[in-house]
Design a protein around this ligand. Sequence first.
Ligand SMILES: Cc1cc2nc3c(=O)[nH]c(=O)nc-3n(C[C@H](O)[C@H](O)[C@H](O)COP(=O)(O)OP(=O)(O)OC[C@H]3O[C@@H](n4cnc5c(N)ncnc54)[C@H](O)[C@@H]3O)c2cc1C
Length: 484
Amino acid sequence: MLRITMSITQQPRARGPGATRFAIIGGGYTGAIIARHLAERAHERIDQILVFEPRTELGAGLAYSAPDPSLRLNVAAHRMRAVPGDPGAFAVWLKKTGRLSADVSAVTDSGIYARRSDFGDFMGELLRPHMETGRILHVREQVVSMERTSAGWTLFTKSGTPTVVDAVVIATGHAPAKTPFQIPTHLMRTGQCVAAGDIGGLKRISTDETILIVGSGLSALDALSCLKSRNHRGPITILSRSGLLPRSHARGDFSPYGDFTLEQPTAISVLRRFRDVVAELTRDGVPWQSAMDALRHQGQTLWMQMPQQEQRRVLRHLRRWYEVHRFRMPPQIEALLQTEVGDAPVTFLSGRLTKVGSHGDRIRVDLSRRITKTAETLEVDRIIVATGPDQSNVLDYQPFLKNLADQGMLRPDRLGLGIDCDHLCRAISLRGNPQPSIVVAGPLTRGRFGEITGVPEIASQASAIVDYLLRWSTQQTRTIEIGA
Ligand SMILES: Cc1cc2nc3c(=O)[nH]c(=O)nc-3n(C[C@H](O)[C@H](O)[C@H](O)COP(=O)(O)OP(=O)(O)OC[C@H]3O[C@@H](n4cnc5c(N)ncnc54)[C@H](O)[C@@H]3O)c2cc1C
């Protein structure tokens, strides 16, 4: 398939007089859909849109650049709703391009669960026409710092190249996973401990090794899927604190059902309402997933109505419960678990690591079981860290964000989930003022919006962000004209 990759040497073209130039930092799904939507709706006063993204492709990011064909979307294709104004575009594309007929395992009783890399390719194709015209430029570089100047913002990349723009969208997405502190760093260096997202590292694992996967969310199931697709025969233990696994999707088609409008929503009142709705649905033979989908759709409103102490309660007591019901496993993984668990090579444990160290060529793992608090020791060949993106350090791992925070231009949100922003996604400065020319997008805004991880929610946010950017650019132009 034809892939368009703009080389690092391609420079932004000269800026048109009076035109607004936007930079988007991060070209995963969030940055790409904003760029595409902006390019589609832009008027003549909008200049070239620069997307800074070190990966070779735009649109794939962390989630959809997955090179392993066993890694699948956890949402049915018709529910991805990736393109504002054209919610069925991905499902149509899968059929039109022959991707679906080439991937028979995508079709399940619960819908079409396509390969994640197919979604990445779909996004790449959406952007292609705008990259060919030069409307969108992929700058294959990492932004390392950003400075305010009289001309706007100057962005500096790793190679030191400065670029001047008028406004910036921060769409740097997920932070890398944090290795549990009990795992000594030398195990990462020797490759005995591998991150779940490191597909190359997973492929180097011999099929008879004894494996411990730390974490039991979708990243753990991804790692399991990679191993099993390579006929892994050695025993695998999956350890997590809660011991909870992502739930399954329901068979057949159903609509979201349930009204979660509450006068003063609290963690407990939402949970009670959810249970009532599920009881009602169960009486009518409708799966609980219908209530969960309704709760997800109303999630942003509920979250924003909750006082901060209730939001904290949700995070403390309901987060894991919400996540396992909300982020459900693709049916293909469910089938894999059903066949393999019977043969007992996969064991699930709930508990926490207490100590990890080398033991000859192997690794000795001491853990404490959750309910019984009993100590247990495992000897394994390899540890896979699948604890998911580390949401607690989004500012620290990005030098340019840390630098902006140090200058007081932005601040972490009060729950420590991402960057503080207002309802228009404008970053809030240390002093509490919205910054009109710094917009935050995607999962980084979860402190404000709560439910903003999946593609459909990000797509609607992208649409609102583009509305704002176009309004802002028009105001800027007027200000310049009046001043001139
Ligand atoms: C493994 C995984 C699977 C998922 N599967 C699904 C799914 O099936 N369905 C669904 O709806 N949602 C899924 N999601 C949710 C996901 O959050 C969103 O769908 C979406 O992909 C988020 O995209 P993003 O661009 O915000 O973040 P990311 O995908 O993290 O992309 C951010 C990009 O920013 C770039 N970047 C970072 N720092 C810089 C910098 N300083 N300069 C320049 N570029 C930078 C990175 O290279 C990266 O490509 C999944 C998430 C993960 C992690």
